[in-house]
Write a protein that binds this ligand. Structure first.
Ligand SMILES: [Zn+2]
Length: 423
């Protein structure tokens, strides 16, 4: 039962959350999947849909300097508990990634608004550009609020058409020069809570609908550029080539072997060749490397090994190699006591209390660096995400909502109790 400080009321309606998600998917998807890429018109449509869902609730809706959308429900006392997730998707994405957490937060705020004044404020946040699909910089809005976004680096990032991040976000009202002000948004924050699909196969393999997240793994993401010599595919003998693609390919194999050796994961998700035609040896090849590990030492070892392998591969092909940082985040554990609350709630609802790390990053990652944070995971069917096949059984979505709601209620009640203790 919900403890002191909160009036009784009816619980959250899972049917309503699923209906909102289906409507959002219809509005913002095509046959290939969800197309809510941040800083695009479709994303704006998704954000407008969220504002419609908030209409009629006693909340103040605002957008901060980093482009995050907030809905604040005032409380009787000091402090605020923040709940939310993101609406942006990867291209051809799924219907649940991010959107599930936002709609769970909408339903939670709707239920709690109906229960009369809360002991502290409750704020829903819909983070801007969690995915980094267009510029390769994940967690834009949440890292701005956490104060960990490197503005100088972000400003110069370009999309596939060569447009600069700084220019594109300005069209959406985000001014990089004022990004510092976003840090004010966590003033008085007691906790950050987020519901999300697992996006991996662990819960499903164990037959569990929901689980508590212990934290998120560390990530190193780099653009590795090999420079050699463009030359004719026919008239250049094999021993006279400086083939950048072969150096990149050897590096990609090292990304895999290093990940396997250290029980991490490593991916080369993009490669571009210049001039990129069949009749020329590629004089320049750039690859994007993503490496992840739950432990900082493992992550550092994987990075060092692949750097070394890229230098060796470049030397073997007569090329030069440069590494440019794209994105980096250290492994981030969540707050033990809040993870404990999620665990307790999951045990009540399912009889199991599984705690698992998240191999995907979330807006909870930067938040956990500045305020106590926890997450609720629901299973992902076949572990598939970032694809239109992404799905979760509806009964798991409903259980995840219930677990999230109970967690929020308990954390609000606890934070009001601790405030009274201090004052
Ligand atoms: Zn997500």
């Amino acid at each position: 039962m919900v403890s002191s400080g909160l009036a009784p009321g009816s619980g959250p309606d899972g049917g309503r959350v699923v209906a909102m998600l289906r409507t959002l998917a219809e509005l913002t998807s095509d046959l290939a999947g969800a197309q809510r890429v941040a800083w695009t018109g479709v994303w704006q449509k998704a954000r407008a849909f969220l504002r419609e869902q908030l209409q009629g609730l006693p909340v103040t809706v605002q957008t901060d300097v980093a482009g995050n959308q907030w809905a604040r429900l005032p409380g009787a006392g000091n402090g605020v508990v923040i709940i939310g997730s993101h609406l942006d998707s990867v291209p051809d994405g799924g219907w649940l990634d991010g959107a599930y957490g936002v709609m769970c937060a909408v339903e939670t705020i709707r239920c709690l608004a109906a229960r009369g004044p809360l002991p502290c404020a409750l704020a829903l946040v819909e983070w801007a550009d969690e995915e980094g699909a267009r510029f390769g910089h994940s967690l834009f809005g949440s890292s701005a609020v956490a104060g960990t976004l490197n503005v100088a680096e972000a400003r110069e990032l370009t999309d596939a058409r060569g447009l600069r991040l700084g220019d594109v976000v300005a069209e959406h009202g985000v001014l990089l020069d004022r990004l510092e002000e976003a840090r004010q948004e966590t003033r008085g924050a007691r906790a950050y809570l987020e519901a999300h699909i697992e996006q991996g196969p662990v819960l499903e393999r164990e037959g569990l609908p929901i689980g508590a997240v212990s934290g998120t793994v560390g990530v190193e993401r780099h653009r590795v550029i090999f420079r050699g010599q463009t030359a004719h595919s026919g008239s250049t003998p094999m021993d006279a080539r400086r083939d950048t693609f072969l150096a990149a390919a050897a590096t990609a194999l090292a990304v895999r072997s290093s990940a396997v050796r250290h029980q991490g994961v490593g991916t080369v998700g993009a490669a571009s060749l210049r001039p990129g035609i069949v009749t020329a040896v590629a004089g320049e090849t750039a690859i994007l490397v993503d490496q992840r590990h739950p432990d900082a030492r493992g992550l550092d070892a994987m990075l060092a090994e692949v750097r070394r392998a890229s230098r060796e591969a470049a030397r073997a092909e007569g090329c030069a190699v440069t590494w440019e940082p794209v994105f980096r985040v250290r492994p981030q554990p969540f707050a033990d006591d809040l993870v404990g609350v999620v665990r307790e709630v999951c045990a009540e609802l399912t009889g199991h209390e599984r705690v698992l790390p998240s191999w995907a990053l979330h807006d909870a990652t930067p938040m956990a660096g500045v305020i106590p944070t926890a997450m609720v995971f629901t299973s992902s069917t076949r572990g598939i995400s970032h694809a239109r096949e992404e799905d979760t059984p509806e009964v798991h979505l409903r259980l995840g909502l219930e677990a999230f709601y109970r967690t929020v209620c308990r954390v609000i009640a606890r934070s009001s109790a601790s405030t009274h203790g201090q004052e």
